[in-house]
Design a protein around this ligand. Structure first.
Ligand SMILES: C[S@@+](CC[C@H](N)C(=O)[O-])C[C@H]1O[C@@H](n2cnc3c(N)ncnc32)[C@H](O)[C@@H]1O
Length: 223
């Protein structure tokens, strides 16, 4: 497998994404990276959680830290203490992150949070603002021993056809066991095999409308 640096690509909403040659896959939808992230992970994920009490989030595939930055700003709006574990197998080099246009296309607050997040140390908890506590974990979700429990999982690995091992029942079962009651998993992928694997491990799965250019996304709930 080739391991070349990801290439910066512009998406339809003006925000950048990356193309990973070794997976032959983009990090976000070409219809709009920010738009996709807002719709799937913030609107149908974070904003679906009740506002009372602290919450914990697991992200599978931290990548450019875009989902993390958008979440960090929502924690302030909701005044909700949020701990966020971002798991990433291939942390991006600083010189790649520096090429992304997030400082100019995100709001001032979001871009400041993004800057803090990309500069945050790996393997320790970093307070990004009064409410958002981030741990960036350089690890493989396939072998990682999940120690905590989570109210919300952003499942944002590359697609099942590019890395089927990550979308296996074995991985979903491990995540299900670490999901709190009424906790949810959201993902951009609505393929039948993914839906079935999530159901087989115990989640109740619903198909929701996707962002522009994508018909459906999935939200799975642990009842
Ligand atoms: C579709 S991109 C997601 C990008 C990210 N959420 C963002 O907003 O930029 C998939 C990410 O999953 C990471 N990844 C792939 N396999 C992984 C694994 N086994 N464990 C953890 N992360 C993985 C990739 O390196 C990449 O950063």
């Amino acid at each position: 497998m080739k391991t070349t640096s990801p290439i910066v690509v512009q998406t339809a909403d003006g925000s950048h994404t990356l193309y990973a040659e070794q997976y032959e896959a983009h990090y976000h939808s070409l219809n709009g990276a920010i738009q996709e992230s807002q719709h799937i992970y913030i609107k149908n994920g974070y904003e679906y959680l009740p506002i009372n009490g602290a919450v914990s989030i697991l992200e599978v595939g931290l990548g450019t830290c875009l989902n993390a930055a958008l979440t960090a700003i929502k924690t302030i709006e909701r005044k909700q203490k949020t701990s966020y574990i971002g798991v990433e197998l291939h942390p991006l080099e600083d010189n790649i992150l520096a090429k992304l246009n997030y400082y100019s296309v995100l709001s001032k607050k979001e871009s400041e949070a993004w800057g803090k997040i990309v500069d945050a140390k790996w393997g320790v908890e970093n307070p990004i603002n009064e409410f958002f506590y981030l741990t960036k974990l350089h690890a493989d979700i396939c072998t990682l021993n999940l120690l905590g429990t989570y109210d919300l999982i952003y499942f944002d690995a590359f697609a099942p056809e590019d890395q089927p091992e990550v979308w296996s029942e074995e991985i979903f079962e491990k995540i299900y066991k670490s999901t709190n009651k009424d906790g949810i998993l959201v993902t951009y992928c609505s393929k039948g095999i993914v839906k079935q694997a999530l159901r087989n491990v115990g989640y109740k799965v619903e198909r929701l409308a996707g962002p522009p250019g994508k018909r459906h996304i999935l939200r799975a709930i642990k009842l």
